[in-house]
Write a protein that binds this ligand. Structure first.
Ligand SMILES: [Zn+2]
Length: 453
């Protein structure tokens, strides 16, 4: 089985290589198909940045429309968005592309999923470099079928450039972005065109910079494969962060219920599958979706998917930068119950309630020496008479493991920050035994805590 796949791959190299005109059907006029199209679950694009030429990663200038990327990955991301249904962000990013990046006009959009550390299999949708050379072939795309693809650039076929400007003149300098635009056209199912201006022309002329911008023939090709952009296709126009950890996606044509947001997955071991936050309603006008930012959402593009499996159910790709949202301050509230020893067990804290630091501690100094205690948390704030004091917690209550106050009536308790806590708010209060109290109970005041990435 493996051998058969490799044979097919080798054939694909010849057919898809940039000098592979031999496989172009002689009767072709304009765009042609390879015989498949990408399923909706295969819109991801990743890059293994093993490009070896220094010129391939010379661009260290970040681009606000492509947050988090520089070098070869930035050039390849730009190539992917050129096939998108509409302008990507401002459309800027290619000084040679007068009509902006995002020219496909079809019900088709790639989902940028950032970098990975492997060349991957032939259907894992990863672009990388391959050591060596093969005749006149600069790069090739394997298994461009419904279940995915892989693109390789031959290391010795050219000096590969990532610059937004044109590579220097001369036959040896080639443009990563332009060649990637061509290969991604194969990935989505297009064969070579014989239109000289087309990005899908089967022979590389010059550096490949002109391939960055789709020609009308390429646009007609992707629209023939996936359909011209539907009037009802969801569309992202803007993103807002009205409060820390809250993302509002504004646009058009969202579903009343069951919207998904597709984020770049920044988790360890991410496999290219978008990080999906599902089950989201939109507002009454179907123009806004609000969600809690997932902690593992990486910088990249966000897309909205409404129920369904056609390309018309997936929005344009919109630049997304999670940044470092400031963590809301911790707020103390309520009044401690005075102990039988006339002390006030007020809570304090140290560290930060963040997943990345996981050093958050809640403490007190005013309790009963050597008494048993339990830290309580709730999902809501409350104000209820309770055992001679006030319970300041409501909602789903939780007890942390029992502990013992020290010789001075103090304690410090580590509050672990699990991923599920990130983006949520919790309320804390300390309960402890007070043998001299009429109820036998001591109670602290309370803390309101937001947990952050
Ligand atoms: Zn080709």
């Amino acid at each position: 089985m493996r051998t058969q796949i490799l044979f097919r791959t080798a054939c694909a190299s010849a057919a898809l290589g940039l000098a592979g005109l031999v496989c172009l059907p002689p009767e072709a006029l304009g765009y042609a198909f390879l015989g498949g199209s990408l399923r909706l679950a295969q819109r991801d694009v990743r890059v293994f940045n093993n490009f070896s030429d220094p010129e391939a990663n010379a661009n260290t200038q970040p681009d606000p429309d492509f947050p988090g990327a520089i070098g070869a990955p930035l050039a390849i991301w730009k190539a992917a968005v050129e096939w998108g249904s509409q302008r990507h962000g401002t459309g800027l990013g290619d000084p040679n592309n007068m009509d902006g990046l995002g020219s496909g006009g079809a019900d088709f959009d790639f989902s940028w999923q950032g970098e990975t550390n492997t060349v991957g299999g032939t259907n894992e949708n990863i672009v990388s470099e391959l050591v060596g050379t093969s005749g006149g072939i600069y790069a090739f795309c394997e298994t461009p079928i419904a279940d995915g693809w892989r693109i390789r650039f031959y290391s010795d076929a050219a000096v590969w450039h990532d610059s937004p400007d044109s590579p220097p003149p001369g036959n040896t300098h080639k443009d990563i972005q332009g060649v990637a635009t061509h290969e991604l056209g194969h990935a989505l199912g297009l064969d070579h065109s014989n239109i000289p201006e087309a990005t899908m022309l089967g022979a590389l002329i010059g550096s490949g910079v002109t391939w960055r911008s789709l020609a009308p023939d390429d646009q007609a090709g992707v629209q023939a494969l996936y359909g011209a952009r539907s009037a009802g296709k969801p569309e992202i126009a803007a993103l807002f962060v009205p409060a820390p950890l809250v993302l509002v996606v504004a646009g058009l044509n969202f579903a009343a219920n069951g919207n998904e947001l597709w984020f770049p997955d920044g988790s360890v071991g991410a496999d290219g599958t978008p990080l999906v936050i599902g089950g989201l309603p939109s507002d009454a006008t179907r123009t806004r979706i609000t969600c809690v930012l997932p902690p593992n959402a990486a910088a990249g593009d966000v897309l909205v998917h409404v129920p369904g499996q056609s390309g018309a159910t997936l929005s344009n790709a919109f630049p997304f930068e999670p940044g470092q949202p400031s963590c809301p301050p911790i707020v103390a509230y309520g009044t401690p119950k005075t102990t039988s020893q006339a002390t006030l067990p007020a809570l304090y804290w140290s560290g930060r309630p963040t997943l990345t630091t996981d050093d958050f501690v809640i403490g007190t100094t005013g309790g009963i020496p050597n008494a048993n205690c339990v830290l309580l948390s709730g999902t809501q704030r409350a104000n209820l008479p309770f055992q001679g004091g006030t319970l300041y917690l409501g909602g789903a209550l939780r007890r942390y493991p029992p502990a013992t106050l020290d010789f001075f009536g103090g304690i410090e308790l580590h509050v672990p920050v699990a991923p599920a806590l990130v983006g949520t708010r919790r309320f804390y209060q300390l309960w402890f035994a007070d043998a001299g109290d009429a109820f036998g109970v001591g109670l602290s005041d309370a803390l309101q805590v937001y947990f952050c990435p």
